[in-house]
Design a protein around this ligand. Structure first.
Ligand SMILES: *Cc1c(COP(=O)(O)O)cnc(C)c1O
Length: 445
């Protein structure tokens, strides 16, 4: 497999980005009269400051290249061809080096986020079924697990498609073959003939990873026509570095497209969702814009080229080995936290290949949740609180949380030992010491 991704020094990165910016249009030196575009307003943003010379990303922001369209195929706007080439290389790194695709066999672009990339995928497959099978939108169904991100519901709503959710086990957050088959049968009974499957490469709340074989086995068993999209908005820059035998790569012929979000685990600026799809499909998103040279196969239209440059710089600076090390450290911290929780007898969910820990809500009181910024699965009726082990989430910080949970759990053990009744437990809640939701459940159990 061709490797595109190599580690680069800051000097090399600067040279490549400035060289690309120089190949873009220069509004000062050339008479460009027809574009509704210019650099950032010079009354507000000073373009001559000396630090810009050392700051390739800031320079890109200030020159403000437009990356409208898709730059992995066909023609693009010639005005920004320098930085379009960087985006093309970034798409290649994500598709080939991270997701094991063959060289130049995928298209893609930097979308506004995971939401747009997911909608783009589902939009393409809907149009594919409509164009190639003369399908009516009533005959097309989206199928995904109940833990899927709500952007899939947005796609269903926008594209007039019905959505069927596969129930998951409350403890393991995975689905059985049977529940996949039941969901597909339910859709078939409603007259659905064409399936758009979304497989989670880490769910937002739990970090769970869908078993793609269960999906494809059931789809084949029931002879379903399907296209499968992997939502790696959370896990796309994490999981491929942990599981060498991942089934969720372009080596798996059942998969046609991926979403990755660089603005989550890759610490890039917002506006850096990444959409990747095998060649031959992105044309189904074509609603020709005649004023854009080439063809716009994207949902978004105008978008900032600085975003693509930021992600490319992050990956180039770390290099593939640096990225492995970064993820390895997060993985070790997550292991440490799980071990600490286990020692306290606290119930949690964690996929061993993820950096999310979802703790059962009964172990977390309101004060702790607020103090440590823990995120509930449902603000009105929380059953779980999650911790996400990011770069800034050090073991020192995790240890403080462990200590606080320890003191509340000790209280709780005493309460159980004292055979607290339900009534007393709820009094406890009103006195403000414990607890979010499910209060009786905890003491009765
Ligand atoms: C965050 C997330 C999304 C949406 O991404 P945005 O960048 O917020 O639009 C979609 N899917 C999953 C699994 C996510 O975690």
């Amino acid at each position: 497999m061709t490797k595109i991704w190599t580690k680069k020094t800051q000097e090399e990165i600067k040279e490549i980005v400035f060289d690309a910016l120089n190949k873009n249009v220069d509004y000062d030196k050339k008479n460009i009269l027809g574009l509704p575009a210019s650099r950032l307003d010079e009354k507000v943003f000073n373009h001559d400051v000396s630090f810009l010379k050392e700051a390739p990303y800031m320079s890109a922001l200030s020159q403000n290249p437009n990356h409208i369209g898709c730059h992995t195929l066909g023609k693009s706007e010639p005005f920004f061809k320098g930085t379009h080439a960087i985006e093309k290389e970034l798409i290649g790194i994500c598709a080939c080096d991270i997701l094991k695709g063959n060289y130049e066999e995928q298209d893609g672009y930097v979308a506004s986020g995971g939401t747009e990339a997911n909608i783009q995928a589902i939009w393409i497959y809907r149009n594919y079924y409509q164009n190639e099978f003369s399908a009516h939108h009533n005959e097309i169904a989206i199928v995904c697990s109940e833990d899927s991100h709500y952007s899939i519901d947005k796609a269903a709503n926008l594209l007039l498609l019905d959505i069927y959710k596969i129930p998951v086990n409350n403890d393991t957050r995975d689905f059985s073959n049977k529940s996949v088959e039941k969901t597909l049968e339910r859709a078939k009974n409603d007259g659905k003939k064409y399936f758009i499957i979304v497989c989670n490469l880490m769910t937002t709340m739990f970090g769970s990873i869908d078993d793609i074989e269960k999906l494809t086995n059931s789809l084949e068993k029931l002879s379903c026509e399907f296209k499968l999209h992997v939502d790696g908005a959370f896990g796309g820059f994490y999981y491929p570095f942990i599981d060498e035998n991942s089934q969720l790569t372009f080596q798996n012929p059942a998969i046609t497209s991926f979403t990755l979000d660089a603005h989550k685990m890759a610490q890039s600026p917002y506006g850096t969702g990444i959409f990747l799809i095998r060649k031959g499909y992105i044309k189904y998103a074509n609603t020709q814009a005649s004023y854009v040279e080439g063809t716009d196969y994207t949902l978004i239209g105008s978008r900032s080229g600085a975003n693509a440059i930021a992600v490319w710089m992050i990956l180039a600076k770390n290099g593939p080995h640096g990225w492995h090390e970064k993820i390895f450290i997060l993985q070790k911290r997550t292991d440490w936290m799980c071990k600490s929780l286990k020692e306290l007898g606290i119930k949690y969910y964690r996929n061993p290949m993820s950096n999310i820990i979802a703790i059962r809500a009964e172990y977390i009181n309101r004060e702790i949740a607020v103090k440590y910024g823990l995120i509930p699965n449902d603000y009105l009726d929380p059953k779980w609180f999650k911790i996400v082990i990011m770069n800034h989430v050090s073991i020192e910080k995790l240890a403080l949380l462990v200590d606080e949970i320890k003191s509340t759990v000790c209280n709780k053990t005493e309460l159980i030992a004292n055979r607290h009744t339900k009534h007393e437990a709820s009094v406890e809640r009103h006195s403000g010491r414990l607890i979010y939701g499910q209060i009786n459940g905890i003491f009765v159990q």
